[in-house]
Ligand binder design. Structure first.
Ligand code: PLP
Length: 399
């Protein structure tokens, strides 16, 4: 009889964004002049000042185990960042440092969920949330944001989804894939529901520094003691400091949750990389000018991209407020004729774009958003120009 594998593991969907990014890289390496709008990470290198601290750390022998949930030095730096940037007061005992924010999210679900517990996930969502919830024996409950509200969910929509099994709401602001940012008022209303129905909020704030125009980031945990107690705030250095490969994420929560997460982590992975922890202290406490200049470059690209995209036919472009993504509805493209053939599905549209125009975009089906694509502007302005020219050319041929 053949030996079986874990049903839980077999039910995990492979990450389609990683797969398509790999495909774009592969084509580029084979010499195809590809424009990939798929990047989920900054195209910048980690700032030199951060790299130098890491090199020094290796030379100083910072190469041993650290406490499983992170060094006290880094936890203090995270507390200061939470205080000054987010208006949140945490003690080091409330902080857990993990191997990227993805790992933090997985730890939280493992720490909080019992079989059958429900987790409200606003749609569209980052593709990893449902998988992490299911792996922790939770049940995803989807709540769809309205287009007229930039696909953000309202407190009353959340309330309709609440049952006596609701344990967690996962809130992501700024949002991947929509780029939408929740306002203080919206968060305040959501906080009231979380308190009234007594469930946790996972606030995934990994893109908190990447907000443009006059919108401001607000941490839901900062809106009063009751919501603070129920919220696990997640962030990290991957996106803001161009440190995706270093794998450092962190959480602020009540002490009890932090203890359980630390305990889990101590058996599953032990500490996150000791050198990366040192580098993260520099990222959080050192000169912030690199962060500012990366943000400035993203904003310039975002403005250029949005201005061009809204002039293109058939595309329904959501004004991007944060992250480095533009979320686009392509429903109008469907049923258009291209070279004598009907484009029947979003998948076909994306395939023609790749094969005939060498442009790769992310299809958002796995984000819960059929007939939508996501374009990343974490690539150079020159590439963005070239890619948009190609998309425009393609759209111009539809009738
Ligand atoms: C919404 C969201 N949360 C968390 C993460 C994970 O970040 P990290 O690279 O720190 O694991 C990502 C990365 O794509 C993301 O988009």
């Amino acid at each position: 009889m053949p030996l079986s594998l874990s049903n839980k593991a077999l039910n995990v969907k492979p990450s389609s964004t990683l797969a398509i990014t790999a495909k774009a890289k592969e084509m580029a390496m084979a010499g195809v002049d590809i424009v990939g709008f798929t990047a989920g990470e900054p195209d910048f290198n980690t700032p030199d000042s951060i790299n130098e601290v890491a090199i020094q750390a290796i030379q100083d022998g910072v190469t041993k185990y650290t406490p499983a949930c992170g060094t006290i030095e880094l936890k203090k730096a995270v507390c200061e960042k939470f205080k000054f940037f987010n208006g949140l007061s945490y003690q080091p005992t409330q902080i857990v440092i993990s191997n990227g924010a993805k790992h933090s999210l997985s730890n939280i679900c493992d720490a909080l969920l019992n079989p059958g517990d429900e987790v409200i996930i606003p749609v569209p969502y980052w593709i990893t949330y449902p998988e992490i919830v299911k792996l922790a024996d939770g049940i995803p409950v989807y709540v769809r944001g309205e287009k007229g509200n930039a696909y953000k969910v309202t407190a009353s929509q959340i309330e309709t989804a609440v049952t006596d099994k609701t344990k967690i709401l996962i809130l992501n602001s700024p949002n991947n894939p929509t780029g939408a940012v929740y306002s203080k008022d919206e968060l305040q209303e959501i906080a009231k529901i979380a308190i009234a129905h007594n469930f946790y909020v996972i606030a995934d704030e990994i893109y908190e520094h990447l907000i443009y125009g006059d919108k401001k980031h607000v941490s839901i945990a900062s809106l009063g003691p009751e919501i603070y107690e129920r919220t696990i705030t997640v962030s990290g250095v991957s996106k803001s400091y161009a440190m995706t490969g270093w794998r450092i994420g962190y959480t602020g929560s009540n002490v009890e949750i932090a203890k359980v997460m630390s305990n889990l982590q101590s058996h599953k992975t032990s500490n996150p990389n000791s050198i990366a922890q040192k580098a993260t202290i520099e990222a959080l406490q050192g000169d912030q000018s690199a962060l500012e200049s990366m943000k400035h470059a993203f904003e310039e690209r975002r403005n250029y991209m949005y201005e061009r995209l809204i002039k293109m036919p058939y595309l329904d472009v959501l004004p991007p407020e944060g992250t480095f993504y533009v979320f686009i509805g392509i429903e109008e493209v469907l049923d258009k004729i291209y070279r004598g053939k009907v484009i029947a599905t979003a998948q076909e549209f994306v395939e023609i774009l790749l094969e005939e125009y060498q442009v790769v975009v992310v299809l958002c089906d796995d984000f819960g958003a059929a007939n939508h694509i996501r374009l990343s502007y974490a690539i150079s302005l020159k590439k963005i120009q070239k890619g948009l020219d190609r998309i425009e050319n393609f759209l111009g041929k539809l009738c």
